[in-house]
Design a protein around this ligand. Structure first.
Ligand SMILES: Cc1cc2nc3c(=O)[nH]c(=O)nc-3n(C[C@H](O)[C@H](O)[C@H](O)COP(=O)(O)OP(=O)(O)OC[C@H]3O[C@@H](n4cnc5c(N)ncnc54)[C@H](O)[C@@H]3O)c2cc1C
Length: 471
């Protein structure tokens, strides 16, 4: 099947983390040259992990195929290592070039260079609103401190989607392998754009007060759409900026301003991973020694299964496993508990989150885990150890959230629900929650484990001989 004589040369659009037609620089660049053949390569290296994320990906691919078909084209799906698949497709179709966006993780960048060795690959655009090559300090270096990056970003014009979706695309007749079933999950750019618009017209103004609540929905829930580029990050930022401009008073500005900051964290972590690929597995600041981690499979399993005896941690972990998503506060509390109270290596938690999160993203996940563990950029001070009981009382005051995920606590009265072991024994029987039988006793003592963590962190904080603490 050869393409392109009458229509100009055909090019492949290698679909990566840009599963959309709106504001898509790689697609727009390919389209300028003639017929576009959109290709998604199912890489065997990425299969078998994170079933929920994979299901979301397949659902989003189906939606993308629908958008393409509505415009006269269609998505070509092929299985295999991308360099071979793309080289074969060039030979099969007579296409001249491959367009894709540049990515930031070491794995994705290795793939890019392997592909570039086999086919003429042009990288256009990023999975972020700001290019990691353009965001620079006044000394011309990439940012390593969020506050400075934020100041830089806020001094720039607000990013906005520059490229409307194409009205029509030239047809091609390249056969596709069938897309795996996605189980009918709702997905796709129209739905994501609509949700983003609705959020930016109302809930965004309460974002700063509700974002941390465990028992309420106070956030946009757009993370998986941003992760896969179903929603353009520039489109998201533009909506945030418009909401900010539309705010009638300073008080109303707080929500949109905070939301834009969170989008900037996403940008920042992507830039960090791009410029410091070692931070995918190792602490960003290699000069810092990590505390000596415990090795305790029993405690690790208790954390994974939501059986630590601390309701907020357990509810978060059970929600994560059941749905693939938990809010930021739940992520922070569960992560802090693993690292600081159980003193287990943050990489264990990072990997578990990656295996379960529908929005699991190497840059944001790794960056946040390092932040919690105190080994990354702008790290949380080592002495900040979240107390899960106090966090629960503050962000889930009636216990609605923990009861939703821990049916064992259904009858426990609100004052005890975040610390059920404090309920007198007779009351435990009366409220159908005997600690140690119906619900686990706490696996560690909070005060004691905090003290141990502080000691280990203090011991590790001494810089290595000759080591500088700057990047
Ligand atoms: C330990 C830990 C692991 C995390 N792992 C991931 C991950 O793998 N993928 C991921 O997208 N986010 C991750 N986050 C960040 C954050 O928790 C989620 O982005 C957020 O909860 C998603 O919900 P939302 O879409 O409703 O976000 P909103 O609060 O509505 O925020 C809007 C968008 O901003 C971005 N964002 C928000 N908070 C952060 C943050 N702290 N860091 C980076 N980006 C942020 C996300 O793209 C999010 O969709 C992690 C946080 C922690 C503490």
């Amino acid at each position: 099947m050869r393409h392109g004589r009458a229509d100009g040369p055909a090019c492949l659009w290698w679909v990566r983390r840009d599963l959309r037609l709106h504001d898509n620089p790689a697609l727009a660049a390919a389209q300028k040259l003639g017929t576009v053949i959109p290709v998604f390569v199912l890489d065997p290296a990425l299969q078998g992990r994170a079933p929920r994320r994979t299901a979301f990906l397949f659902a989003s691919l189906r939606a993308l195929d629908g958008e393409l078909r509505a415009r006269g084209s269609s998505l070509v799906v092929r299985r295999g290592p991308p360099p071979e698949v793309l080289a074969r497709l060039l030979a099969e179709t007579g296409a001249r070039c491959v367009f894709a966006h540049a990515d930031v993780s070491p794995f994705a960048r290795r793939r890019e260079s392997e592909v570039a060795q086999r086919v003429p690959l042009q990288l256009v655009g990023w999975p972020t609103a700001y290019s990691p090559l353009e965001a620079r300090t006044s000394e011309g270096r990439p940012f390593t401190v969020f506050g400075a990056f934020r100041r830089w970003a806020r001094s720039q014009p607000c990013p906005h989607p520059t490229l409307p979706p194409p009205e029509r695309l030239r047809p091609h007749e390249v056969p596709s392998e069938p897309l795996p079933d996605a189980g009918g999950l709702p997905a796709g750019e129209q739905a994501a754009l609509e949700r983003a618009r609705q959020f930016a017209q109302g809930p965004i103004y309460d974002y700063h007060t509700l974002r941390d609540r465990l028992d309420r929905v106070g956030t946009s829930r757009l993370s998986a759409d941003l992760r896969f580029g179903v929603l353009s990050p520039r489109a998201a930022m533009e909506l945030g900026c418009r909401a900010l401009e539309a705010a009638p008073t300073a008080q109303y500005r707080e929500g949109p301003s905070r939301w834009l900051d969170e989008l900037l964290w996403r940008e920042f972590f992507a830039h960090i991973l791009f410029h410091h690929p070692h931070s995918r597995r190792e602490p960003l600041r290699p000069q810092l020694r990590e505390p000596v981690w415990e090795e305790d499979d029993r405690l690790y399993r208790a954390w994974c299964e939501g059986l630590t005896g601390y309701p907020v941690v357990d509810a978060a972990m059970r929600e994560l496993v059941a749905t693939g998503w938990i809010c930021n506060r739940a992520r922070m509390v569960a992560a802090s508990f693993l690292v600081k109270n159980l003193l287990l290596d943050w990489r264990l938690g990072e990997r578990f989150f990656m295996d379960h999160l529908v929005d699991g993203d190497p840059a944001s996940n790794g960056g946040n885990w390092q932040w919690v563990a105190g080994v990354g950029t702008d790290a949380a001070p080592y002495f900040r150890v979240f107390n899960p009981v106090l966090q629960g009382r503050r962000f889930d005051p009636d216990g609605t959230y923990v009861r939703r995920w821990l049916p064992e606590l259904a009858w426990v009265p609100a004052p005890y629900v975040h610390a059920p072991w404090t309920l007198p024994r007779d009351d435990q029987i009366a409220h159908r929650c005997r600690v140690g039988r119906d619900y686990p006793a706490p696996v560690v003592d909070l005060a004691e484990s905090r003290r141990r963590a502080l000691e280990r962190y203090r011991a590790a904080a001494r810089p290595k001989r000759g080591g500088k603490l700057e990047l």
